[in-house]
Write a protein that binds this ligand. Structure first.
Ligand code: THU
Length: 158
């Protein structure tokens, strides 16, 4: 028997320390959050993908009276980018969320299903996606979707 350590590391930035490209992408995620359709949770999430050609694709959570029919902001953005043919690689994703108290004090963390989808897109393009989790005052940054889910399931198991 042996212990196996499977670790992940993020870098915490105060928001004023972020590189300008990250700040801009966070602003796009915040803007997208404002257009979320979240009448049930009133938790408004935005995701912004920076593509390699400089374009930004955004998504936000889309809820439904039949709750499981809704979709998270991250998957709305990723599937929108994928629907364009997926020829442009995704360089980075920024995620931001707010509720009645404002933008989340903690950097918002994507759900398991969104992590799985993000990882699939990263594997597909064979190039890491920079992860920017934004909070009201600070952000967590990691160089790859693997950082969100180190012990991931992918097609190599099939
Ligand atoms: N949600 C997202 O859009 N992304 C996340 O990372 C976490 C949760 C949405 C789903 C639902 O519409 C609302 O937030 C409350 O869970």
């Amino acid at each position: 028997m042996r212990e196996v350590k499977i670790c992940t590391v993020f870098t915490e930035y105060q928001n004023h320390e972020l590189p300008a490209t990250d700040t801009n992408l966070v602003a796009r995620a915040q803007e997208a959050a404002r257009n979320a359709y979240a009448p049930y949770s009133q938790f408004y999430v935005g995701a912004a993908l920076l593509l390699d050609d400089g374009r930004v694709v955004t998504g936000n959570n889309q809820e439904n009276a039949a709750y499981p029919s809704g979709l998270c902001a991250e998957r709305v953005a990723l599937f929108a980018a994928g629907a364009q043919g997926g020829s442009q690689e995704i360089a980075a994703i920024a995620i931001a969320a707010y509720n009645a108290s404002g933008f989340t004090p903690k950097p918002v963390s994507p759900c398991g299903a969104c992590r799985q989808v993000l990882l699939e897109y990263e594997k597909r393009q064979q190039k890491p996606i920079r992860i920017i989790l934004s909070g009201a005052g600070n952000s967590y940054i990691a160089p790859s979707a693997v950082s969100l889910m180190p012990l991931y399931f992918d097609s190599s198991f099939l």
